[in-house]
Design a protein around this ligand. Structure first.
Ligand code: RFL
Ligand code: PHB
Length: 389
């Protein structure tokens, strides 16, 4: 089989890239190691920047998002018992949209299926070949049968644990990493959200986040130690701990119910440079990870594939390699700004078990400065709604 672009991974990066390429008349095939149902069962991101929404609109995947997504003009930071609203719309002129990654993925999958474009699910033993030459190809097992996909380019959109970055010789990669001494325990439940906007709470017992998927489905997170096990957290224990991390009025308003899902994610900052090796491009979590505090992971995947699709369109339509040559530099410039923001907001809002007295006082001063300074709040808002791309 032959295609112009072989895309590895059917997460948001791979599926959105597939649609952007399709819109530019560029043929592509997606190879995904899991089943479609498994991909849809992963509960992840919830907040979309307006640039991400613009891309989804551009490929025709925005209808349900506009009907069911919740536009948010602000969110609250909670510390020292008080809630402080960050007026995103007033400070930045933009808003974000609360719409789950699961739904974005479902919309993109349905669009792709409607176009008859090929996604091979449950592709096993995906292996990348000869991407440092002119004739790359990918091999895989499709229901036990060995297959070969020849292509012009390979897009590695297979997430942090994928095969694409791992296929690059380590001497050609420079990696940067910060591992945080805690994780997030997430719970999804069909209960109305405690507040109509998100609350990022940074109290003494640890960080908590009140988020949502709709007006009847809530998503909550608790900062927890890395050695915690999900099985040790009954729903009752989770709700009780969440209440303790909220101010009394919010705790009082919290509606609880049985969980639909609970999962634990460690927090990490990670960047691999460069994002291009010959005819292989990395995009999304395959190239970089941010802690979820800034809600940037999916949005960075979207800006990466925007740059990449533009570069490939230029290559095919204008016979110019300028975009391809600039891809890694352009993408990394935006990635590092989001890395900085996510690291900063994580530091502002979490309880650091390894903080000495100095670190704790600096965090207090940073918070006090933020809520007293329109300039500091504007910087926060500008980054949260998403830097332009
Ligand atoms: P994905 O979603 O991991 O998809 C990669 C796909 O590649 C497949 N794959 C392979 N396929 C073939 N062969 C192989 N060898 C393969 N290895 C892997 C995988 O099965 C998978 O389907 O990466 P992608 O597309 O780059 O998308 C990135 C986002 O998923 C991620 O950044 C976000 O979920 C991060 N994130 C958030 N981002 C936001 O923008 N806003 C948020 O509010 C937000 N909240 C979150 C988050 C991530 C979280 N977790 C669980 C880490 C909240 C949490 C708790
Ligand atoms: C979520 O709803 O899953 C979510 C929202 C905001 C974040 C992280 C996760 O910063």
């Amino acid at each position: 089989m032959r295609t112009q672009v072989a895309i590895i991974g059917a997460g948001p990066a791979g599926l959105l890239l597939g649609q952007l390429l399709h819109a530019a008349g560029i043929d592509n095939v997606i190879l995904e190691q899991r089943s479609g149902d498994y991909v849809l069962s992963r509960i992840r991101a919830g907040v979309l920047e307006s640039g991400t929404v613009r891309l989804l609109d551009a490929v025709g995947a925005g209808a349900r998002l506009h009907a069911e997504g919740l536009p948010h003009d602000g969110f609250d930071l909670l510390f020292d018992g008080a809630r402080h609203r960050i007026d995103l719309a007033g400070l930045s002129g933009k808003h974000v949209t609360v719409y789950g990654q699961t739904e974005v993925t479902r919309d993109l999958m349905e669009l792709r299926a409607g176009q008859g474009a090929l996604t091979v699910y449950e592709a096993e033993k995906v292996a990348l070949h000869d991407f440092d030459g002119d004739a790359p190809y990918v091999t895989y097992l499709d229901r036990g049968e060995q297959k070969r996909l020849d292509c012009d380019f390979i897009a590695g959109c297979d997430g942090y644990h994928g095969v694409s970055r791992a296929s690059v010789p380590s001497r050609a990669l420079k990696t940067f990493e910060r591992v945080y001494p805690f994780g997030w325990l997430g719970l999804l439940a069909d209960v109305p959200p405690v507040s109509h906007e998100l609350i990022y709470a940074g109290e003494e017992r640890g960080f908590a986040l009140c988020s949502m998927r709709s007006n009847s489905r809530s998503r909550y997170y608790l900062q927890c130690a890395l050695n915690e096990r999900v099985d040790d957290w009954s729903d009752e224990r989770f709700w009780a701990e969440l209440r303790r991390r909220l101010d009394p009025a919010t705790a009082e308003a919290l509606v609880t119910g049985p969980s639909l899902e609970k999962s634990l994610a460690p927090l990490r900052s990670f960047v691999a440079e460069p994002m291009r090796f010959g005819r292989l491009f990395l995009a999304g979590d395959a190239a970089h990870i941010v802690p979820p505090t800034g809600a940037k992971g999916l949005n960075l995947a979207a800006s990466d594939v925007h740059y990449l699709s533009e570069a490939l369109r230029e290559h095919y339509a204008e016979r110019s390699s300028a975009g391809i040559d600039a891809y890694s530099t352009r993408a990394l410039a935006r990635v590092w700004k989001a890395e900085r923001f996510s690291w900063w907001l994580t530091g502002l809002m979490h309880h650091f078990p390894d903080h000495d007295g100095f670190g704790g006082r600096i965090q207090q001063a940073e918070r006090a400065y933020l809520i007293s300074s329109p300039a500091a709040m504007t910087a926060l808002a500008e980054n949260y709604v998403g830097l332009p791309f």
